[in-house]
Each structure stands twice: as C-alpha cells, then as structure tokens.
Design a protein. Sequence first.
Lengths: 186, 85
Amino acid sequence: MPYAVKKYSHVTDKQASVNGKPFPVAAAESGQFLTALYRSLKVDYPKFFKMDALSKLGFLASELILMDEQPRFTPREDVAIICFNRSSSLDTDVAYQATIQHEESYYPSPSAFVYTLPNIVTGEIAIRNKFFGETSFYVCRERDAQQMSQTVEQAFCDKHTRMALAAWVECFEGTCEAFMELVERR
Amino acid sequence: MEELILQLKQEIINVLNLEDVAPGDIADDAPLFGEGLGLDSIDALELIVLMEKLYGIKLKDPAQGREIFKSIRVMATYIHANRTK
C-alpha cells in the first residue's frame, strides 16, 4: 500500500472519537449532537450552521483529525479529499423537494439547493482548510473497505498527492456516521 | 415600523441559520452584506424568497436586492410600502 494511516476519527449522531479515544462532548438535546460537538471543538466557523447534516458531519470528522495538526490553514495542493457514502445527499434532496412540492407554497430554497450534491462535503472541507488537491465523492451500493482502499490508493498514483483525507460519510433520516482517516504517502 | 424591524430580524436569523446572532446584535442601519452580518450571495437569494413567502413581494430583478437589502431599516421600509400580505 502506498500510504499509511496517520490518524482517524469516528462521528455518529451520538458520539465522537479520535484514534479510538472518545472525544468529550457537552450534553446535547435530542438530534443536536453535531451542534454540541461543534461547540465542544471550540471552532469559530459560523458557516457550519448553514451546512446540511452531511456536510456538518464531514466537516466535524475533519476538524477532529486536523485540530492538532500544524501548520493549519496554509494553502496546500498536495492534500486530496476522497469521500464515499451510500445515500448521496438524499436527505437534503428530500428537504429541497419539500420546498417545491406544492404549487400554492412553491418557494424553492436556495440554501437547501446548494447542498443537493454530496460532493459539497469535500468542498466545505477543502475551503475551510485551503486544500487545493484532488477532491472526489463516490456513491456506492455498500460500504466496501477494499473498494475504498483501492480508490484511495489511486489518488496517490500522481506525483503531487502527499496526504489525503479519506472518509465514509453517510447521513440519512437522522442517522449519521462518518469514519475518516488522514493518510500519508509512505 | 419598529415591530416590523424586530420581526424581520428574527425571520432573517431563522431563515439564514445565524445561530449565534440575536435580534439585538443586528443594528437597524448596519449593512447586511460585506461588513455587518457578512451575508453571501446564497443568503441574498434566500432573502428574495423570504420577501415573497412572508410579505407577498416578488422581486422581478434580483439586482433590486442590492438596494433593498442595504440594511434592515431599508428592507423594512420597502416591505412596509409594498407588502401584499
């Protein structure tokens, strides 16, 4: 394998951990765990609140991994972001559809519409961290570790990529799970 | 007018998900874009939808928003003069 895992994070709608160690999060109201995690991370990024759940999830998983990395926010072209999931952006697609479902209340929401693509997650992480490397988002039938690993390997086939954030980021009908790895070229 | 200004602030906070902002944090005459609340182009589109949904005002030309969304007070004055609901 051309890369090694340096660090990993795991976030669900109930708990978060880094390298297998639980990350302490202040008590949250039902359905508000991601917001509670954001506050516990002490991140100042108001755009977080405008994101859909899928982007929030990916964003938080990346913050957990990158919070202690130095330097941060230095523009880099050698970091790739590769995400996978099963349900694409379906949650948000449904929410957007609701804004255009009825003729008598036809008010298409621009802020919902912008999140009706799953790869917005990779964009949010890239913008936040000034990563200008390759980004991609694969929608798969199942979570297939081998397929994911091969895809990440391919990202290292170019000469530029030194590091990658690789993640399963799935969010559908209130159930969320992100498993993200920071991998480095060997 | 003061009541409309307060209602507008609350609606903007809700619609634009300005989580850490309270109505009292928004000055009536402060710019909504650029400085001030620092809203972006998607927020501008969301405000156009808000105007239609809540007040029955349909902006035919999105460029009109540049003038109307200058500040909360300017927006409230425009709504007061043009609302259909």
